[in-house]
Design a protein around this ligand. Structure first.
Ligand code: F0G
Length: 460
């Protein structure tokens, strides 16, 4: 099955198609200017290839659409809840599973309970919503990824690993302030890079020494498990669900966005073993999300997620998924475009700081590159850099550790010819990189998560 042929075929046929509206360069120039040069402000039908996110934008399978017809909308105790619960706990056997409408709702609930002023929460790299939800409680979010994980070109099979010595030092200094240790699999904000089982074991051992719970931000757990299977010594012959259960066994809980490796368009959950914390979380859930057997979801969503969880751990799917992302990365690398390497599971990250050395970080090279890709070819990527992470709660601004543009690949959605087109567009923009100009952000800026709604002004 594996790599006997060079061409990776999509392990599916297409059953329903969605039209892409073709647009001209001039139309796109007008559209992005009207959107304040913010790609989040576009009408999505003005986008040709939408690589803004892999979150909730994938195609569901025939069997997921069929499962939707089984959705039971009972307010309490719906059969769909039990289908969901069984699918979740088959992989993640935590005592409590709390369904939410998406990952950030799980974060909001968890950190409302265990965060607060004076608290510190370490992670390999916090995703933007995770950091924002922690900071919204007055707590501090600290990134402790290994040094290779901050260097776009450093090769390491598990660049998402958490720096165990740094964690140990933080715990030694501030154990009383640390309610939980998080590890994000895969490490999205650090380039979609995986975390090894060995690293999880080492983190777990430190947590145990200090009596701290370890939670996974498990959005892309199946992709992470595939990297473990294919890169970690001794893991090659194993079934993906077994590797996932090994990850689960090392953790005390998880937050999850089913919009990623749940293969669904909406959904998430919080799962954990601690009864008292679970009780407080459920009380908040009822206030903001819903009754504990549906959270923020319809019964049909619970069914779609359950079926998605059965599909996402299949070897044929994951082989295609990871290889097809690497296909994009390898071609751009061959074209001389600076990239985060190795390539991530769900996305390829262009190194805008390296491509655009004439644009200083505070003039947002990632934004400049993302806008250029849109104007050139209608491709919508996402800046992950100083726009997203540069501004601090006190209003000050410093360069983020990297200025990247993420080309995130929705699951099972685009074909190889779409990706070949992306390769052509990115290569063309990279060839005239010196023409690109930076941006400033119009005042007043949004107070949190500014990248979603800020308006930009092109610099002369
Ligand atoms: N954690 C990680 C690592 C994520 O990548 C995301 C979402 C979340 C938490 C929040 O989940 O969107 O369901 O509320 N990431 C998306 C992205 C939005 O584009 O990377 P959510």
């Amino acid at each position: 099955m594996m790599d006997r042929f060079r061409t990776i075929i999509e392990p599916f046929r297409i059953h329903a198609v969605e039209p892409i509206r073709m647009s001209t360069r001039e139309e796109r120039q007008t559209a992005i200017s009207a959107a304040g040069w913010n790609l989040f402000g576009l009408h999505a039908d003005d986008v040709l290839i939408d690589l803004l996110t892999d979150s909730g934008t994938g195609a569901m399978s025939r069997d997921q659409w069929a499962a939707i017809q089984h959705g039971d909308e009972s307010y309490a105790g719906s059969p769909s809840w039990f289908v969901f619960l069984e699918a979740v706990t088959a992989l993640w056997p935590f005592r409590h599973v709390i369904p939410t409408h998406q990952g950030r709702a799980a974060e909001k609930i968890l950190f409302s309970v265990i965060g607060g002023p004076g608290k510190v929460i370490p992670n390999n790299t916090h995703f933007d919503t995770t950091r924002a939800n922690i900071e919204a409680t007055g707590a501090e979010a600290v990134d402790l990824v290994i040094a290779e994980g901050r260097d776009p070109s450093a090769l390491h099979p598990f660049k998402g690993n958490l720096d165990v010595a740094a964690l140990e030092a933080l715990l030694a200094a501030r154990a009383d302030d640390i309610p939980v240790v998080l590890v994000t699999v895969t490490n999205n904000s650090g380039g979609g890079q995986p975390v090894s089982l060995e690293n999880l074991r080492a983190v777990r051992a430190v947590c145990e020494r200090y009596g701290k719970p370890l939670f996974l931000d498990a959005c892309r757990f199946a992709e992470n498990a595939w990297f473990i299977k294919t890169r970690e010594p001794g893991q090659a012959g194993r079934d993906i669900p077994d590797i996932v259960r090994d990850m689960a066994a090392l953790a005390d809980g998880m937050t999850m966005s089913a919009k990623k490796d749940g293969l669904a368009n909406i959904g998430g959950w919080l799962a954990l073993d601690d009864d008292a914390i679970a009780e407080s979380c459920r009380n908040l859930l009822i206030l903001t999300e819903g009754f504990p057997t549906y959270g923020g979801l319809a019964g049909r969503d619970l069914e779609a997620i359950a079926q998605g969880l059965r599909e996402v751990v299949q070897d044929d799917y994951l082989h295609y998924r990871i290889r097809s992302t690497a296909y994009l990365g390898e071609a751009l690398d061959a074209a001389g475009v600076p990239l985060v390497k190795p390539f991530g599971g769900h996305a390829v990250y262009l190194d805008a700081r390296a491509l655009l050395p004439h644009i200083p970080p505070l003039a947002y090279p990632g934004q400049a590159l993302a806008v250029a890709l849109y104007i050139e070819g209608g491709i919508r990527g996402c800046e992950i850099g100083t726009v997203m992470f540069g501004r601090h709660p006190d209003g000050s601004e410093t360069p983020a550790s990297m200025d990247l543009v993420r080309l995130a690949i929705p699951r099972r959605t685009y074909t190889q010819s779409h990706i070949d087109y992306v390769i052509e567009v990115v290569s063309r923009v990279a060839a005239r990189a010196t023409d690109l100009r930076g941006f400033r952000i119009a005042e007043p800026q949004p107070s949190a998560l500014r990248h979603f709604t800020a308006r930009f002004e092109p610099l002369a």
